[in-house]
Design a protein around this ligand. Structure first.
Ligand SMILES: Nc1ncnc2c1ncn2[C@@H]1O[C@H](COP(=O)(O)OP(=O)(O)OP(=O)(O)O)[C@@H](O)[C@H]1O
Ligand SMILES: [Mg+2]
Length: 343
């Protein structure tokens, strides 16, 4: 890549990628917007290869064929397990797949901004860079909540809380590119809720048969905190027959299990910020990530902060699945040449 490449040149496609634990999304300057569950699988043997008919599978396609595959979810706990070369290869394949989904023209140079979980941003920047290098001519790696903040034009006096699968990431914006001190991460997020709910259900209904995937669906369809009023009833097989189970209390308890750490982190981060700006940040808190779809979570956070501090305002982004990728694309399109890493 030449330094003097015009950033609006026809030969360049800007892309924003949100590389997530559970799902990854890409938004491109040509208007394409795509996402895929962050699963990558390779056939286990030659029979498997014949059955699935492809050298590598992604997303739901991979999950459905998991019995035939070596299946990877490369950013499991919010960061890439480096050294396990298969995880690195999985990220590489995932990036390649995402870039193909937005259909770059032949010969078009890819300038990519990649948002990764904040923890991964701290520890894996180099590995991520390596994974992307084959498919991008210029690259910048940023933390996910920063990409979200940029996309929403929340550049000053704001806090973004990205409730993902592997991590909850916090980022305070105060008019500059956020530093590590402006960011924080909790490792209990959507996956943790699923695990908790699974454990509660196993304990209460030892004879019913369900798996993690079903439990995740229960959460995504019915997850709530606080008082929703509606009972949560789902069908789960018992000895092969579908039986309706009331799982209201378990769903509530599992979803609420991540709240104390979230409240503590918000309070801590704002408390150590310049006192003159603390009230401004409390008035501009934005929730993103799939976890922001849990019913009642916005209300809960706002009410809890209000009871403690008086004024505060919390809102949720409209499209949690794409907010990171769209923000990363906006960054890519606006970024001066000097910020890019040339690959
Ligand atoms: N309607 C919903 N209600 C509750 N949770 C949901 C809902 N939809 C998605 N989720 C959960 O949100 C999480 C995925 O969100 P998101 O795509 O933002 O995460 P990610 O970017 O893959 O993870 P991370 O940011 O930790 O890397 C999963 O745990 C998923 O189960
Ligand atoms: Mg995410």
């Amino acid at each position: 890549m030449q330094q003097d490449e015009s950033k609006t040149g026809e030969g360049v496609l800007f892309v924003g990628i949100d590389l997530g634990t559970s799902s990854s999304a890409i938004s491109a300057g040509n208007g394409e917007l795509k996402w895929v569950e962050s699963y990558v699988g390779w056939p286990k043997d030659f029979i498997a290869a014949k059955v699935v008919g492809k050298p590598v599978l992604f997303g739901m396609d991979a999950l459905k064929n998991r019995l035939s595959l070596d299946l990877y979810r490369p950013l499991e706990k919010g960061f890439l397990k480096e050294g396990t070369s298969k995880d690195e290869e999985a990220v590489r394949e995932l990036i390649h797949h995402l870039v193909k989904l937005v259909k770059p023209l032949k010969g078009q140079k890819i300038h990519a901004v990649v948002g990764v979980p904040a923890e991964s941003f701290k520890v894996n920047k180099l590995a991520i860079r390596k994974a992307v290098s084959g498919y991008a001519h210029s690259l910048m790696v940023v933390s996910e909540p920063f990409a979200v903040a940029y996309g929403l034009n929340l550049l000053n006096n704001a806090m973004v809380i990205d409730i993902g699968a592997g991590t909850v990431d916090f980022c305070i914006m105060h008019g500059t590119i956020p530093s590590e001190d402006d960011q924080s991460t909790i490792l209990n997020a959507g996956d943790y809720i699923d695990q908790q709910l699974y454990n509660f259900l196993v304990e209460k209904h030892p004879d019913s048969t369900f798996n993690m995937n079903m439990v995740k669906m229960f959460k995504e369809h019915h997850g709530f905190v606080g008082d929703s009023g509606d009972a949560v009833k789902v069908e789960i097989p018992v000895k092969g027959k579908p039986v309706v189970h009331d799982i209201t209390a378990e769903v509530k308890r599992a979803c609420e299990s991540i709240l104390p750490a979230i409240m503590e982190t918000i309070t801590e981060m704002i408390a150590k910020f310049d006192p003159e700006y603390q009230a401004g940040i409390r008035d501009n808190i934005v929730l993103a990530g799939g976890g922001s779809l849990i019913k009642g979570i916005r209300d809960y956070i706002e009410t809890t902060l209000r009871n403690e501090y008086g004024s505060c305002s919390v809102r949720a982004v409209d499209d949690p699945l794409f907010a990171g990728a769209k923000g990363a694309l906006a960054l890519a399109e606006d970024m001066p040449i000097g910020y890019w890493d040339q690959m």
